[in-house]
Design a protein around this ligand. Structure first.
Ligand code: ATP
Ligand code: MG
Length: 303
């Protein structure tokens, strides 16, 4: 039964797609059957996996709007155990067309129901917005992974995102957990990066992944070669960091199993952790109305 993880942050350019592609490839390399769903009309994950624009290709649009089975759309991502549901610019229309559709928040969730048995991980690359595509992704997911760039104003928008997550938990997906907050584009030569990372860790505590993704030129170059960094330069710091992240994601899943799947499935119903409360308080600080009971999660608690 797949764990479905939305990779979301409405802020642009923080490393969502880089994470979807390279975490996906690293999970596949760790022998986990993985599906990446490109739910962003920019189609960056699609091209980063080596599929240039092709108007004839079926995409997530055909599934969400025309009701075609996802199985007819899935592509082999040129690596064992890695598959892709591609996107293209038509998906812009989907965000609008969904508005008047029945069950508009749950269309992706319904499509994934039949796929969950086939994969161990399903990663959804979200667009940089909180539109209906992102809402569909969050409604369909077990958890959300939030990449945050280690830069000035890193926290800007995060409170708004957390606020939205709290609201979604109360309404369309009560079991949505925080998979983790991922520090990206970390540059250990700058005091600013160190300071931002320290601030985020003190704010979010153990909800932050131990793995930190460094700023690494190989990560930025790999998409133009249409391949995950693992194939482009396996010895790069970027490749190492995503392999490490995959290990952490897998280890956290094993811990959850250890804690009992029932509790893991409960998500928001699980006991409140101090760090989750801090995150909830963060959302509240910007005008959110979250209570600490909403702030609970089954999020990983890295040692
Ligand atoms: P969008 O919101 O537009 O979808 P995004 O959040 O998906 O953006 P990415 O596309 O993953 O962000 O990254 C933005 C840019 O930064 C890309 O050019 C990418 O190659 C580059 N990049 C991402 N992560 C790193 C990194 N760790 N080191 C260097 N460059 C990176
Ligand atoms: Mg992206």
């Amino acid at each position: 039964m797949a764990r479905v993880i939305a990779i979301a942050n409405q802020k642009g350019g923080v490393g969502k797609t880089t994470t979807a592609v390279n975490l996906g490839a690293s999970l596949a390399a760790s022998e986990r059957r993985t599906l990446i769903i490109d739910s962003d009309p920019q189609a960056n994950a699609t091209s980063a996996l080596g599929f240039p624009k092709d108007p004839a290709r079926r995409t997530l649009y055909q599934n969400l709007i025309l009701g075609e089975s996802v199985e007819r759309i899935v592509l082999d991502a040129k690596m064992d155990r890695l598959e892709l549901v591609p996107s293209d610019k038509n998906l812009v229309g989907a965000a609008v067309e969904l508005v008047n559709m029945e069950n508009r928040e749950y269309r992706l969730k319904e499509s994934l129901a039949q796929l969950r048995e086939k994969y161990e991980y399903i990663l959804i690359d979200c667009p940089p917005s909180l539109d209906l595509l992102t809402v569909n992704a969050l409604a369909a997911s077990d958890s959300v992974l939030v990449p945050i760039q280690c830069e000035y104003l890193a926290l800007e928008g995060v409170s708004e995102l957390l606020d939205t997550l709290m609201r979604l938990r109360r309404t369309i997906n009560p079991s949505l957990a925080i998979e983790g907050i991922l520090l990206t584009m970390y540059d250990d030569r700058t005091t600013l990066s160190k300071q931002v990372a320290a601030d985020l860790r003190s704010f979010f505590g153990t909800q932050v992944f131990e793995t930190v993704i460094p700023r690494n030129v190989r990560l930025a170059e790999a998409p133009s070669h249409g391949m995950p960094v693992l194939f482009y330069d396996i010895h790069s710091k970027g490749a190492e960091s995503y392999i490490q992240l995959a290990k952490e994601v897998i280890a956290n899943a094993q811990k959850r199993v250890g804690q009992g799947s029932e509790r893991a499935d409960q998500g928001a119903g699980a006991p409140t952790s101090p760090t989750a409360s801090a995150a909830a308080a963060g959302a509240g600080a910007t005008g959110g109305t979250s209570s600490s009971s909403d702030g609970s999660s089954t999020s990983p608690q890295p040692d």
